[in-house]
Ligand binder design. Structure first.
Ligand code: ADP
Ligand code: MG
Length: 475
């Protein structure tokens, strides 16, 4: 009963054993494995800690943060070859699998992997593929905040309450409202941003430091080593600010000469908040939305769970306190909770007696639908979005909508599947398309195609279209 938290910056693997989630250390004895892949001089893969170290000295030989591109069509160059985010993720997963097998002295096969609730269909499918490439059987994809809430539910079994999970990781931000009553854990709504995380705070600090030093971004191309050392200093300073009112950055010498001391730079809590004000502001709209989608008010939230390494930042904690007028709970370990939840979900799927009273339900995080034409006056205007499954519908769900032909003798319909919240498809995200052919030619509007959307427990979508008059289907 194994679970994996495949994070943007760090990944973890856990096992549910003797009625409890336990984290499995890697070969270095660490619980956190950096989600970084590199190649050494002999062109062999390095994963985790050694890859992260390599990244800081030679960024051309290692890659991180590729989770942000899951489901996108991009490739990275590494040691002369090109890799997709799926391949890089599968290398991280293989490493976690191998290390866990060494530790447990038994094969690891069936797993649950977590993804940000806000991940779209493409990114979920990509995550599953990465698992399979790594030789794993992915029993379920679970949303990270749901996993965190499961970890919480196991700790606080007998309390019924409304919980808000605030997950700020390295690259993504997720907020989820859940209700826990009598062992049933029901996700009400989820919202978030795929490009907002702790790494963006580090980047802003880095840019501030460059400005203070009178340097430009284009100086960095020439001196990548220096830039990376400086970035590591910014990361350290950001973490220091979690503990103290100010942090001191020692600036590496651009000439590489370590004997020649550079001046130090001090960053105060106040300044840090100021340079990250725009990032902090971006947190309000997911917070507002998750509350309105779940028809909750701020004060009906009984407990706020902080998850994700970056939720430790003081500026984030005070934002939450100001917003909810309550102190977040510190019962969960921000780095471990999601991983613990994934193996709890695995135990639930394997019907482990220790979790038999827990039931959980999740929701779709995006509205899904198709592109249609609207009749405006005598003309058909293309590009309108017809939702079929609304966001925050409880999973699994299957819904059908019917569309009619719009032209005389029309024999085919293209089904363009979109995800998004806008009335116009141009603002939404195209997930896929297919053509339904063989419609009997008749008058406009006389033929009808039923489009069925099925959203499974992994948050993965299937679409099927049926011509009603001939009963022919296509998916
Ligand atoms: P992910 O799940 O996206 O991999 P994590 O939950 O592991 O992310 O969080 C990683 C982020 O948390 C990084 O941006 C890291 O800099 C930040 N972080 C970790 N520890 C601290 C800390 N003590 N103070 C501030 N930020 C931290
Ligand atoms: Mg995470």
């Amino acid at each position: 009963m194994i679970g994996i938290d495949l994070g943007t910056t760090y990944s973890l693997i856990s096992r549910f054993t003797k009625g409890e989630p336990k984290l499995i250390p890697n070969l270095f004895g660490d619980i956190l494995t950096p989600s970084v892949v590199g190649v050494d001089e002999a062109n062999d893969f390095l994963v985790g800690k050694p890859a992260k170290e390599l990244l800081s000295v030679d960024p051309t030989r290692a890659i991180g943060l590729f989770k942000r591109d899951m489901g996108l069509n991009r490739t990275y160059s590494l040691g002369g070859s090109m890799y997709t985010p799926v391949e890089l993720s599968s290398i991280v997963l293989s490493c976690l699998k191998n290390d866990a097998e060494m530790y447990l002295e038994e094969p690891v096969q069936d797993v649950v992997i977590s993804v940000p609730a806000y991940f779209n269909d493409d990114a979920r499918v990509a995550t599953k593929m990465a698992g399979e490439l790594a030789g794993l059987n992915v029993m379920r994809i679970i949303n990270e905040p749901t996993a965190a809430a499961l970890a919480f539910g196991v700790v606080k079994k007998d309390e019924d309450k409304t919980v808000l999970v605030f997950d700020l990781g390295g690259g993504t931000f997720d907020v989820t409202v859940l209700e826990i009553f009598e062992g049933v854990l029901e996700v009400r709504a989820s919202s978030g941003k795929t490009f907002l995380g702790g790494e963006d705070f580090t980047q802003n600090l880095f840019e501030w430091v460059l400005k203070e030093l009178g340097r430009h971004e284009n100086d960095l191309e020439k001196n990548k080593k220096w830039a990376n050392k400086l970035k590591a200093q910014c990361e350290a300073a950001k973490r220091q600010l979690t503990e103290a009112d100010q942090a001191t950055l020692s600036i590496p010498n651009p000439s590489g000469d370590e004997n020649e001391k550079m001046p130090e730079l001090v960053i105060t809590q106040q300044k840090f908040r100021e340079i990250n004000a725009r990032l902090l502001d971006q947190m309000y709209s997911p917070l507002n939305r998750v509350l309105s989608d779940s028809r909750m008010s701020k004060d009906s939230v009984d407990e706020i769970l902080l998850v994700g390494g970056a939720s430790r930042m003081r500026c984030v904690q005070s934002l939450i306190e100001d917003y909810f007028k309550q102190t977040p709970s510190s019962i969960l370990h921000p780095d471990h909770a999601v991983a613990c939840g994934t193996c709890i979900q695995a135990a639930m799927l394997k019907k482990d007696a220790a979790v038999q009273e827990i039931v959980s339900t999740d929701v779709s995080s995006h509205t899904l639908g198709v592109s249609i034409s609207r009749k405006i006056g005598n003309k058909h205007e293309h590009g309108y979005f017809m939702p079929i499954i609304d966001r925050n519908t409880t999973l699994p769900v299957s819904r059908v909508e019917e569309v009619a032909t719009i032209e005389m003798g029309q024999t085919s319909i293209t089904v363009d599947v979109y995800q998004g919240e806008s009335r116009k498809i141009e603002n939404n995200h195209l997930l896929g398309e297919f053509k339904v052919e063989g419609i009997p030619p008749r008058l406009a509007g006389e033929e009808v195609v039923a489009i069925r959307f099925t959203y499974d427990l992994n948050g993965v979508l299937e679409v099927e279209a049926t011509i009603l008059s001939t009963n022919k289907s296509k998916s």
